[in-house]
Design a protein around this ligand. Structure first.
Ligand code: NAP
Length: 246
């Protein structure tokens, strides 16, 4: 994938990995549009990053996704790359009746939204030069952490869907990439933390982004970054080790 001269829509650009990608891609000479729910963050980022376009939307809502697509095609007709990045991470105790609204929100954000959005944008992307869809999965797609079972299942599904999407879109010329991050130091999971500003540690965002960009530039269609690589390669032994305390 070429890293310059693209027009890129990044979902979930108000923090963490999406914000990191947005800033790096802007710096590399791309046109970038980000979306997210937090209007204050979008306004702040637009003011601090000249050239950045923003759109507020809640990706769990189908009408909002359709609205986003209409807006982007109208405002950025050269759009040739979609990065499906937005995600949330919740815990669930499967030994009790689950909070169904939370389960539905997690599945809608992490799986339904990227799947729907990608399908809505195929016609737009295939008409542009060097079109790509980049899906952000997780090392946890390959080796789940049992206390966040729905999250891990959505990421395993993103991996599976990425394989099918790549196959189905072969004839359209749209390249489908999957990037599986390891633990990266972002706000992910802050919904379930008492101190919302506390992060969960992991690889610094900039380090992760430069590894991910290297993989994209080298056309690695399925790239597990840093420790996520062993989660992909040694999944069964790691599952036992990661979950031995349960
Ligand atoms: N950090 C890690 O350790 C890690 C590891 C593996 C995979 N990942 C994946 O990397 C991706 C980015 O996560 P991150 O770590 O950067 O987390 P983050 O800092 O919490 O960022 C998540 C982004 O998603 C957006 N988002 C969430 N729900 C949304 C919705 N309903 N509509 C629109 N936007 C929504 C958030 O924006 P608003 O809140 O403003 O809506 C935010 O910009 C996720 O798919 C995550 O699963 C992260």
């Amino acid at each position: 994938m070429k890293l310059t001269g693209n027009t890129i829509l990044i979902t979930g650009g108000t923090s963490g990995i999406g914000k990191g990608f947005a800033q790096h891609f802007l710096g590399l000479g791309n046109t970038v549009i980000i979306c997210g729910r937090r209007k204050d963050r979008l306004e702040q980022l637009k003011a601090r990053n000249p050239g950045l376009a923003t759109f507020q939307c809640d990706l769990t809502d189908a009408a909002s996704r359709e609205n986003l697509v209409r807006h982007v095609i109208q405002e950025c007709p050269d759009l040739n790359i979609l990065i499906n990045n937005a995600g949330i991470q919740l815990t669930a105790d499967l030994a009790k009746p689950v909070d169904l609204a939370a389960v539905e929100q997690e599945i809608a954000t992490n799986l339904i939204a990227p799947l729907h959005l990608s399908s809505l944008l195929v016609e737009q992307l295939r008409a542009r030069p060097e079109p790509c869809i980049v899906n952000i999965s997780s090392g946890l797609a390959y080796t789940p952490l049992a206390f966040m079972p729905v999250y891990c299942a959505t990421k395993a599904a993103v991996h599976s869907w990425s394989l099918s999407l790549r196959k189905q879109l072969e004839k359209t010329g749209i390249a489908v990439y999957e990037i599986a991050p390891p633990s990266v130091d972002t706000e992910l999971g802050h919904e379930r933390r008492e101190d919302k500003s506390q992060t969960h540690g992991g690889m610094p965002v900039n380090e992760f982004i430069s590894e991910a960009l290297k993989a994209l530039e080298n056309n690695v269609l399925q790239a597990a970054i840093g420790p996520a690589a062993s989660m992909m390669d040694q999944r069964d032994a790691l599952f036992e080790r990661l979950n031995s305390h349960l």
